[in-house]
Design a protein. Structure first.
Length: 463
């Protein structure tokens, strides 16, 4: 999602040569829900996990430690879920009985005052407790992680019904759709044709998404919002990005969470399993969770909250407050989420990247309110990248951007760089979810954010 920030800079007419020269150090990635943003700026904090060490076995209450520089806060993630955070000296106790016995992975994310995030390498360790771990409902540990010991996953059978018929089965391993080759953009099917190809099923591991799964935004409003913020300027994008690709994004579909993945995969010529795996990393498949008051649950459909004092943040936060909820009443003036949705679509547009109305990139409130819009938008970004329409990526990361590398595009969605260490780390994590078919594990339907002693138990937003 950091890629979205770079797109905003290009839209403002900032030359790719400036990126290559290292001049653009003010951009910020979008923070996904479970998966925190990757590369951040070209400078920024550094972080590594120092405890637990690789391969050790822990039990009871153990100490999480990190080494960090130029950071204001460090957050530790076990199997992709935030479990603790601290300021210097970067230590925090952690109750390991909240995780299942077995092998786990931990990494840390450092954030500096400007909001730039850096992620450490993952460290594998083992939990061994004699007291059973609590259920996922009480502790949002992702027991469905591919690195966690769990009962073997059942192998679901594909539906034998025709397209449009109803079953009660989950999708099969391997999904229903495959990526269509480069150059297929002009022959991709539309909204209605793809709706007819969706394998309908009552299977819904995320009933909390029900409301937003059945919101279709006004397509004219979507097009006005995106058209007011063009990005294909300065030669860094193919002109079809604005004239064709973004014009197709409309979120005109309703269904279960999985049916939405199918629809978007069909529409953009992508693998539906890749979309499922990205959503596991971004939000654990939650579109938008809040506490009873309406306060959003960070990392469960929204996140990457503004740090205090960021220029232009108040205008942005005031603007999105017009759509049902003022996040500043919970977080403070000029503080609100940058990122929303099941796939972590960023809405924030830093004015240093170039001027856009409301310091917003045109995706809000559609990305928060409509699951279909959010996945539709992700699909558009992956297809455009896959077609080779983002030439600015050639000046980032390994500087080897080319059409036809879908995994490179997945990494760029996260890191805003091409095949950099941050991008490759994200690619590896998404590939792990894909190999594990995490959404088909027995624990998947029961994973949800835990209750908070102050704010109560999360659920679908009341607005």
């Amino acid at each position: 999602m950091a890629a979205q920030a770079r797109r905003a800079m290009v839209a403002a007419g900032i030359a790719v040569a400036a990126i290559a020269a290292g001049c653009l150090v003010g951009w910020l990635p979008a923070g996904p829900a479970v998966e925190e943003a990757g590369a951040g700026r070209l400078d920024g904090p550094a972080v590594s996990v120092t405890s637990p060490r690789a391969g050790v076995t822990v039990s009871g209450t153990t100490t999480l430690e990190a080494r960090a520089s130029s950071a204001g806060q460090v957050t530790w993630y076990v199997d992709g879920v935030a479990v603790a955070e601290a300021s210097a000296p970067w230590k925090r106790p952690w109750d390991s009985t909240r995780a299942a016995n077995g092998r786990h992975h931990i990494y840390a994310v450092a954030v500096d005052r400007a909001g730039t995030r850096r992620e450490s390498a993952e460290v594998a360790f083992v939990v061994s407790n004699t007291t059973p771990a609590p259920s996922p409902t009480g502790s949002p540990t992702r027991s469905a992680s591919p690195t966690v010991s769990a009962a073997p996953s059942p192998t679901p059978q594909p539906s034998t019904s025709d397209h449009g018929s109803m079953s009660d089965r989950p999708p099969p391993r391997g999904g229903y759709f495959s990526a269509r080759p480069v150059g297929s953009w002009s022959s991709l099917p539309g909204d209605a044709a793809c709706a007819a190809q969706v394998r309908r099923s009552t299977w819904e591991p995320r009933p909390d998404n029900g409301k937003r799964n059945h919101v279709m935004p006004d397509p004219a409003a979507v097009h006005r919002s995106l058209s007011a913020r063009p990005v294909a300027v300065g030669g860094s994008y193919d002109s079809r990005w604005d004239s064709w690709l973004l014009q197709r994004v409309d979120g005109q579909f309703t269904g279960t969470t999985d049916e939405i993945f199918q629809w978007a995969a069909c529409k953009w010529g992508l693998s539906d399993d890749v979309l499922r795996a990205i959503a596991v990393r971004e939000s654990t498949w939650y579109q938008y969770e809040t506490y009873p008051s309406g306060r959003p649950v960070n990392d469960w459909g929204s996140g990457d909250v503004m740090q205090a004092g960021i220029s232009g943040a108040r205008l942005y936060c005031d603007g999105i407050a017009q759509y049902g909820y003022d996040y500043q009443r919970d977080l403070g003036s000029g503080r609100c989420p940058r990122t929303f949705s099941i796939v972590g679509v960023m809405s924030w547009q830093d004015p240093s990247w170039g001027s856009m109305p409301g310091n917003q990139n045109g995706t809000f409130p559609f990305n928060r309110d409509s699951t279909a819009f959010a996945v539709d938008y992700l699909g558009s970004q992956l297809r455009g990248c896959y077609e080779g329409w983002e030439s600015w990526l050639s000046a980032t990361g390994s500087k080897t951007y080319r059409a036809g590398d879908m995994w490179g595009c997945v990494g760029a969605w996260y890191a805003g760089e091409w095949r950099s260490s941050a991008a490759n780390g994200y690619i590896s994590r998404v590939q792990s979810e894909l190999a594990n078919v995490t959404w088909l594990t027995p624990e998947w339907p029961s994973i949800k954010p835990g209750c908070d002693p102050t704010h109560g138990c999360p659920g679908p937003a009341p607005y």
